[in-house]
Design a protein. Structure first.
Length: 95
């Protein structure tokens, strides 16, 4: 299935890929970050931590529609955070 690249640029440089269908109501969201090990929340619910290894992704099933993504990461002794809204669309084969 074709994947859409949805990039949400926030200070920790997150990249999101959405579009592979889980079902008609959900799609996979693949998340990477720089720096690694950012804590990812979707709609204010913690969903996981991005991998330490470059090229690996955090894979999250999310409902179709507008989603609020938040990342928290360490910058020295401080914890930084930022958020973006993205639109997750169903895969053409499932909608």
């Amino acid at each position: 299935m074709r994947q859409r690249l949805v990039t949400a640029l926030i200070p920790c440089a997150l990249a999101f890929v959405a579009g592979t269908a889980v079902s008609a109501e959900e799609s996979w969201l693949l998340v990477t970050s720089e720096p690694p090990e950012a804590r990812i929340s979707v709609d204010d619910i913690y969903r996981g931590t991005t991998p330490r290894t470059r090229g690996d992704t955090l894979r999250i099933a999310v409902p179709v529609g507008k989603r609020q993504l938040k990342a928290d990461w360490h910058l020295g002794s401080r914890v930084e955070s930022d958020q973006k809204t993205i639109e997750v669309k169903p895969s053409k084969g499932m909608a």
